[in-house]
Design a binder for this molecule. Structure first.
Ligand code: ATP
Length: 239
């Protein structure tokens, strides 16, 4: 069966640099799928291409069996949202205002529906509700990451893209955030996670792809990849 998201032979170049070289992957509805890879492997480029933020030279992206629009606003309207690498929250705005901006693409929805989702994200991340009026730029790194995920959820996506949610965070905070990602997935949301933290990503996801200098070099069931000696040597610190 075709996945919720199908990426087929995607090629992205920045001038002479080929960042993605014929990348194909399928994201089944309801799953958490991870893409692991080192610095510069092309993980963020993959996310940006799906979101319509960088153009692709060849290949296809389909969502729910239809070609995905290439403009970001339309991609979000189709049901995909991104929590970007480095969080990119709006620092001079409050937590509440950041969340309201996340809900902007659903301008046709009732205030009640938006409020219900805001209550839901506050139930996932109670810390955000406690800091609802605080400027986002004054939040801790972990809180900013929670806000980036919560803001992405406010567009009520069917597919959530997460770019390096563990970056720069203490292990205890990573554990908290990954536990909430599992809860979000259990609510039926499909997740595509890209991570340098291969161990956490493989523990959380059902299937995974390994990206190396723009190419998928391995894919499979995450649990099996965790015990693959090549993956262990290259991405899990040899453990
Ligand atoms: P990291 O984990 O370090 O963020 P990544 O796997 O997300 O890495 P990308 O950021 O997608 O990798 O980069 C893939 C390649 O494309 C790298 O060689 C990078 O230098 C190059 N690249 C990315 N963005 C641009 C750009 N705007 N212009 C030129 N080259 C770029």
């Amino acid at each position: 069966m075709a996945g919720l998201l199908e990426v087929k032979e995607l090629c992205v170049s920045y001038g002479a640099i080929r960042a993605l070289d014929s990348v194909s992957l399928s994201i089944p509805a309801g799953e958490i799928v991870s893409v692991i890879g080192a610095n510069g492997a092309g993980k963020s480029t993959l996310m940006s291409a799906v979101m319509g933020q960088v153009p692709y030279q060849s290949g296809e992206i389909e969502f729910e069996g239809k070609p995905l629009p290439r403009r970001s606003f339309q991609v979000v309207k189709s049901g995909i949202s991104l929590s970007p690498e480095g969080r990119r929250i709006f620092a001079p705005l409050t937590v509440l205002e950041n969340l309201q901006i996340g809900a902007f693409p659903r301008s046709g929805d009732s205030e009640k529906a938006v409020k219900e989702d805001m209550d839901w994200v506050f139930s996932l991340f109670p810390r955000l509700e406690e800091r609802i009026g605080q400027y986002a730029g004054t939040l801790s790194g972990g809180e900013q990451q929670m806000l980036a995920v919560a803001r992405a959820l406010m567009s009520r996506p069917k597919l959530l893209l997460l770019d390096e949610p563990s970056l720069g965070l203490a292990p205890v905070i990573i554990k908290d955030i990954f536990r909430e990602l599992r809860r979000i997935n259990e609510k039926g949301l499909t997740i595509l996670l890209v991570e340098q933290n291969a161990k956490q990503a493989l523990l959380l996801s059902q299937h995974a792809f390994v990206l190396q200098t723009g190419r998928i070099v391995k894919q499979g069931v995450s649990r099996e990849l965790l015990s693959d000696p090549e993956i262990a040597a290259a991405y899990l610190g040899g453990k």
